[in-house]
Design a protein around this ligand. Structure first.
Ligand SMILES: CC(=O)SCCNC(=O)CCNC(=O)[C@H](O)C(C)(C)COP(=O)(O)OP(=O)(O)OC[C@H]1O[C@@H](n2cnc3c(N)ncnc32)[C@H](O)[C@@H]1OP(=O)(O)O
Ligand SMILES: CC(C)C(=O)C(=O)O
Length: 514
């Protein structure tokens, strides 16, 4: 059996099912290009039948992004499969990914279908997909809670119709690693004809075992692992791509497996996903968290200084975390900035580089050292942002121990500048209240978080807000060395997103909030 494990990235599909993580077409395109640089084998680019917006985004990615196989998801419903094909047929290497649930609980309550009816849907759905596309993946949703005998019957049917990949999801993150390993072993024993197809695993993290279960599946013979960057995804998320990849690489002597991933792009891709979705990575997250390679306690530092291998099982450089990126500052020019940005994996157009350069100089006046993370924050603010209506022009805050916090805000609304004054229980409250008055909106603030982009007291603050209005949930992000300015930017960014989605066709709305 081959020692190569294919990586199937579903950040653009299952990842987008994370509450508030909806991405627009441009954001999806940018991320798809980055995933191609990361050299994932397959990118699941979306669910074309879900909405006109998703259809267009999938089609654009398929027209533009070269290299990996590009997959679109579809129920076994014929119209879903045909719509999927209409969007993905433009890809260099298209794949139709069709699925149906096989557990009794899903059959009884959700599909309201008998086992015979499900088998018929599999036969027709896979058959139709194979008539359209050479590369067809079939998934048994909730496989880990399905009757093994029925599951094998479904797999045989899908294979007989010509499916080339069979995916075994632990949809609700219920399995234990040994159980999941046994499940794959059982499938291989009971359905020997699966040899000619690829076995894939797709694990969720409800019990924190998505990566462990994925590796257990691989140990039993699966040769495709599905996951999302930063482990985002439905509910508690999917298996984290960076963790699976680095486990396979770091424990090569034990697993004897490899992937084709360009590991040095893992960290930049993780940052891009954070920038685009607004979902921050917790500091202690494996591989890409701020503390993943940090050492503080004396005994550890002593050990690392004497020999890094005492406490480091991989190096930050391996995953693309630069430990010596402190070159840019206020005296740097366009050439240096262009080179750095290229090294970070961004291929910016000249006009975007000009905009970035302008913002870079403003930041360099406030902050002595400009790190890659600062540049990424600037790129997110200046280049990656959605088409937006409102922009922060001016902010003045009065706050302290004996004053009622007040804010004066000027916002650019198209050609107009609008000004307002307001107060609040604290300075952030004052800023948000004033902005709400200015734009005449009153969304519910579900979450407000603040983190620093880099270390140091002059670090930029990275603020994320989660806003909800009319059943639409969005995330807004903003960065600035002044955390109140970052808060204002994040709030306005969120309002711009609400405005954007409110003007999209009904079916395209990101109602995947709570
Ligand atoms: C485990 C996963 O992550 S699966 C992917 C989840 N992702 C999404 O659902 C996002 C995209 N989904 C959507 O936009 C919508 O659900 C649509 C457009 C696909 C369907 O919308 P609607 O037609 O309004 O159906 P609705 O969402 O209310 O219900 C789903 C229907 O599909 C059926 N269904 C669910 N899965 C499948 C399947 N794999 N094959 C066939 N039918 C299915 C359900 O039984 C239900 O049928 P019913 O309406 O006859 O009861
Ligand atoms: C569609 C399938 C692969 C899925 O997302 C799941 O079962 O979690």
């Amino acid at each position: 059996m081959s020692d190569y494990v294919k990586i199937f990235d579903t950040t653009l599909r299952d990842g987008e099912q994370s509450p508030g993580a909806s991405m627009n077409r441009e954001e999806k395109l940018r991320l798809a290009h980055r995933l191609a640089q990361l050299k994932v084998d397959i990118i699941e680019v979306g669910f074309p039948a879900a909405s006109p917006g998703d259809f267009e985004a999938v089609k654009s990615i398929c027209q533009e992004v070269k290299g990996p196989v590009l997959a679109g998801l579809a129920r076994t419903v014929p119209s879903d499969i045909k719509t999927c094909w209409e969007a993905i047929k433009y890809a260099e290497n298209p794949r139709i990914h069709t699925f149906i649930a096989t557990s009794d609980i899903h059959l009884q309550y959700k599909l309201k279908a008998t086992r015979e009816e499900v088998l018929e849907k599999v036969k027709k759905g896979v058959g139709l997909a194979v008539s359209l596309c050479d590369d067809v993946q079939f998934s048994l949703e909730d496989a880990s809670r399905s009757d093994p005998e029925f599951m094998c019957q479904v797999i045989r049917t899908a294979l007989a119709e010509g499916a080339t990949t069979i995916n075994i999801p632990d949809t609700v993150g219920y399995a234990l690693p040994d159980e999941f390993q046994n499940l794959i072993t059982l499938i291989k024993r009971e359905v020997p004809e699966i040899e000619k197809a690829t076995i894939s695993v797709h694990c969720h993290d409800d019990l924190g075992m998505a990566v462990a279960n994925s590796l257990a599946g691989v140990k039993a013979g699966a040769r495709q692992v599905e996951g999302c960057i930063n482990g985002i995804g439905e509910r508690a998320g999917n298996a984290s791509v960076e963790e699976v990849v680095m486990a396979i690489a770091t424990r090569h002597e034990s697993l004897g497996l490899k992937t084709g991933i360009n590991k040095s792009k893992l960290f930049p891709t993780s940052r891009l996903v954070t920038m685009i979705t607004g979902i921050s990575v917790q500091p202690n997250k494996a591989i890409v968290g701020a503390n993943a390679f940090a050492h503080e306690s004396g005994i550890h530092v002593d050990g690392v200084l004497k020999q890094p291998l005492t406490y480091e099982i991989m190096t930050p450089e391996e995953v693309g975390i630069s430990t010596n990126n402190l070159v840019l500052g206020k005296h740097s020019g366009r050439a240096g900035l262009r080179k750095r940005v290229q090294e970070m994996g961004y291929d910016l157009k000249e006009k975007d580089l000009d905009r970035l350069f302008e913002a870079f100089k403003v930041l360099a006046d406030k902050k002595k050292e400009i790190w890659n993370e600062d540049l990424e924050a600037l790129i997110a603010d200046e280049i990656l942002r959605m088409p937006h209506r409102w922009e922060l022009e001016y902010l003045n805050i009065v706050s302290g121990t004996v004053t009622v916090p007040t804010a004066t805000v000027i916002i650019r609304d198209g050609d107009q500048k609008i000004q307002e004054f307001g107060s609040g229980s604290g300075p952030v409250d004052a800023v948000c209240n004033t902005i709400k008055k200015l734009v005449n909106k009153n969304p519910y603030l579900e979450k407000f978080t603040i983190a620093s982009v880099t270390g140091g007291l002059d670090a930029q603050g990275e603020v994320t807000v989660r806003l909800k209005e009319n059943n639409i949930t969005v995330l807004g992000r903003g960065n600035d060395p002044d955390i109140l300015v970052a808060s204002a930017k994040a709030y306005i960014n969120g309002l711009n997103r609400l405005e954007y989605w409110a003007n999209q066709p009904k079916t395209a709305l990101p109602t995947n909030g709570d």
